[in-house]
Structure formats: structure tokens, C-alpha cells
Design a protein around this ligand. Structure first.
Ligand SMILES: [Zn+2]
Length: 253
């Protein structure tokens, strides 16, 4: 079975509503390839290794969270960007990239999918004033000590997290935002949850965790953002009866 590129694009945009977001990159079809789609390859970042794997896997579409054309970057198509774009165009692979719309989606998005992976019960959002919130809150199925939770994260995400102990308290309630969202740690502390989890950590994050008494976990930018594209790819494969393969290009960051 196959689906037209136009129909696939329309389905993705209906699902993820990119027009509702002010973002750092264009969301949606970033590079146009062939017009009939039989196979989607998904991955976190449209790096050369993922493109090569997509070519190898006969993909017609590459669906990612981190695409190209970021605000503030060099607008010319030279160097690494030229190589990547040339590989995609030569093989007529369309590139779809969804950044914030993929973080925010309430069923298939990165945050809700990460919650499923980690057995969090989703109870609401912290950034309530945002049109499309991306900082979620909820509770663990059972409370964990700091050390238990570190082991749990390492096992579920297959990557050692960095943890900062905020207090001696166990963790029952948690807030989280996938990717590089360490700046929301104070929002989490004000909300009174026991812990905050995101993908990355910065030097000041450590002090904020210690001084607010909030446990902090940096579980990997890549590791926390693997699940949204998989859920979207699976959804499209079921809907249009086409193939979908998620390819994980290992990234310790
Ligand atoms: Zn990201």
C-alpha cells in the first residue's frame, strides 16, 4: 500500500497543528521528495547517519523531531547541511520535521509518550498560560527514593541519567519536559512537586535544585525525545497501511 505525499502532509498537519506554534524552525514538510509514500523512517535528528540509514532502508519519508533551517543559523546550504540535503534530494526522500508541535501533542507527543515509557500518571501542565503547554506534571505509580529512581531511569531509557539530590524526601510527584528544558526547573519548584526531569543540565541547574529542595534528573536530550516520532510513525503506518521503521542513532547527549 502507499499514500500520496500530499495526503500524508495533510494528515500530519491536521494532527500536529503547526500553525498554532511560534517555533525556532519551520514545522512540517522541509524538503520535498517523491510523490508516493510506501515507507517512513523516523528518528530524533536528521543527521547524516540517520539519512544514510533511511537510504539503506528504502525510505520515502524521513520524519524527525530536529530538522533543519533553525532560526539564527547560517542560511546558506553549504558544508554538512549541503551533504545532508544532497543525500535526501538524490534519493527523493521527503523530510518532515516537527519540533514544538511534537513535544506538545497530548497523546502522541514526546512528553506524553515519555510519561508512558516511565509509568508516570499525567495530571496536568505547569505552563498553563501557553497556548500549547509543554511542561507536564503528574505522579509516579509508586514512590521511589532518589537512588531507586536513578536506577529505574537508567533501566527504562537505557542511558545513565545525571541526578541532583534536592532533599532526603522520596519522589511521588514529578514535573517533566523533554529535551533541553532545564530552564523550567524553577517553575517545577514553585509548583511544589518532588522532582523535575528533563533532557539536559546546565551549571546553574545544580544550585537551583539544591536550594529549592527539588530532586533534578537530566535523562538525556536524545533519550527523552525518542518516543514522539515513534508514536507518530506508528500512527501513520496504521492509518495508511504503509511501513514505518524507527532508527535510533545513538547519542549520549
Ligand atoms: Zn530537542
Amino acid at each position: 500500500m502507499s499514500v500520496s505525499l500530499k495526503e500524508l502532509e495533510s494528515e500530519l498537519n491536521t494532527l500536529l497543528k503547526p500553525e498554532q506554534f511560534t517555533d525556532y524552525c519551520p514545522n512540517g514538510l522541509q524538503l520535498q521528495g517523491c510523490s508516493e509514500i510506501k515507507k517512513i523512517v523516523s528518528g530524533v535528528t536528521a543527521c547524516q547517519a540517520l539519512i544514510d540509514a533511511a537510504v539503506e532502508g528504502n525510505a520515502d519519508v524521513l520524519l524527525v523531531h530536529h530538522g533543519y533551517f533553525w532560526r539564527g543559523e547560517d542560511q546558506t546550504i553549504t558544508g554538512l547541511k549541503k551533504n545532508r540535503i544532497q543525500s535526501l534530494l538524490e534519493h527523493e526522500i521527503s523530510l518532515f520535521a516537527y519540533h514544538l508541535p511534537l513535544d506538545a501533542h497530548k497523546e502522541l507527543g514526546n512528553n506524553v509518550q515519555l510519561a508512558q515509557k516511565l509509568d508516570f500518571v499525567v495530571e496536568g501542565v505547569l505552563d498553563k498560560s501557553a497556548t500549547n503547554p509543554i511542561v507536564f506534571k503528574g505522579r509516579l505509580q509508586k514512590s521511589h527514593t532518589f537512588n531507586d529512581f536513578m536506577h529505574f531511569l537508567a533501566a527504562r531509557l537505557e542511558r545513565e541519567p545525571i541526578g541532583i539530590t534536592g532533599s532526603t524526601e522520596k519522589i511521588s510527584t514529578i514535573a517533566w519536559c523533554t529535551g533541553a528544558a532545564q530552564k523550567y526547573i524553577e517553575m517545577a519548584a514553585e509548583a511544589g512537586v518532588d522532582a523535575y526531569l528533563t533532557g539536559e543540565i546546565s551549571e546553574p541547574t545544580v544550585h537551583i535544585a539544591r536550594e529549592t529542595g527539588l530532586h533534578f534528573f537530566s535523562a538525556g536530550h536524545h533519550a527523552t525525545e525518542r518516543y514522539g516520532v515513534q508514536a507518530i510513525g506508528d500512527y501513520l503506518a496504521r492509518k495508511f497501511n504503509i511501513f514505518h521503521e524507527f532508527i535510533d542513532i545513538d547519542n549520549p547527549a
